[in-house]
Design a binder for this molecule. Structure first.
Ligand code: FES
Length: 318
């Protein structure tokens, strides 16, 4: 069966900067110095590393500056290997394939105020967002950065801290701040967003549970434990473009079933949080389980790494 090619954009590493607390900033550019595909503030890309790993990182430069992609990577010694490979093996001049940028925040026409909450290295998507808002002269935002003590990317955040746009909360000195009071009252004109460790994003979801879903945005960098459905039943995946039928065994993921048949699907987190494996669906009744698609997007797309089927047949736009 013909594999589905995964599209990447070739980039070259032109800068590696130490950014404190085990963090490095990598600058990626087009080999011929063309502009790179545009991105929204807070968007992320998948890096296809030379060792075969695919890992997702937020872009921290400003969207108006799409001559380069800048990512911040914290070396996680006990992680899944992507940050170690970047820190220990990647050098200036190396070629890295990247996906088209995904996600990011749309600045809704009605939004008059943004409140961002970041934990540690989770500040990276908001760095891009804050730079974007500052460049537009939009002063109606605040970024609450919660750290144990040391501020990550301090060189880049200091101007925003001095301008009062970033408020640093050091838990080693003053304990953990109350997220409900940082976020404030729900309002149709306020957009709130959070990126950080799972305990923080869970708390954030709890305190914003009554907010309109469109005004709340959560970015995760650790996938939750996979959901085991004891009642899962086998089903048939039908691929609309080729007419291929693939059986998904009870408890098997769609992703595994597709890969078994040689269908190549881009993946990164394999836990429904990064958006890399997004596929369109045309017929059937998907069970979504991802933590990234909006209700509107779920009417057309699913994440094959975590989605299931509430029925015997599901037709994918593949
Ligand atoms: S691989 Fe990340 S959402 Fe599926």
């Amino acid at each position: 069966m013909k594999a589905r090619p995964i599209t990447t954009v070739e980039t070259v590493v032109t800068g590696i900067e130490e950014a404190g607390a085990g963090i490095k900033l990598f600058t990626l550019v087009d080999p011929d110095r063309w502009e790179l595909p545009p991105f929204k503030p807070g968007a992320h890309i998948d890096l296809h590393l030379p060792n075969g790993l695919i890992r997702t990182y937020s872009l921290c430069n400003e969207p108006a500056d799409n001559a380069r992609y800048v990512i911040a990577v914290k070396r996680e010694a006990a992680g899944r290997g992507g940050s170690r490979a970047l820190h220990d093996e990647i050098r200036i001049g190396d070629v890295i394939g990247v996906s088209l940028p995904r996600g990011g925040l749309d600045r809704g026409a009605d939004i008059a105020r943004h409140v961002f909450v970041a934990g540690g290295i989770g500040v990276t998507p908001f760095l891009s967002m804050a730079r974007h808002l500052v460049r537009r002269g939009d002063a109606s935002f605040v970024l609450h950065l919660i750290v144990r003590d040391e501020v990550p990317l301090a060189v880049h955040l200091t101007p925003l801290i001095e301008a009062g746009r970033v408020v640093v909360h050091r838990t080693a000195r003053s304990g953990r701040p109350d997220l409900a009071s940082l976020v404030g009252e729900a309002g149709a004109q306020t957009m709130v967003a959070c990126c950080g460790p799972e305990s923080m994003t869970n708390d954030f979801e709890r305190v914003t549970a009554a907010w309109p879903a469109a005004n709340v945005h959560v970015e995760r960098f650790v996938a939750p434990q996979p959901i085991i459905d004891p009642d899962a039943k086998p089903f048939t995946l039908s691929l609309a473009r080729t007419g291929t039928e693939i059986q998904v065994r009870a408890g098997q993921t769609m992703l595994a079933a597709l890969q078994e048949k040689g269908i190549e699907i881009a993946t990164s987190c394999c836990g429904g949080i990064c958006g890399a494996c997004k596929v369109g669906w045309l017929e059937g009744k998907p069970v979504h389980r991802d933590r990234i698609l909006s209700p509107y997007e779920r009417e057309r797309y699913l994440m094959v790494c975590v989605a299931g089927s509430d029925g015997g047949r599901l037709v994918l736009d593949l």
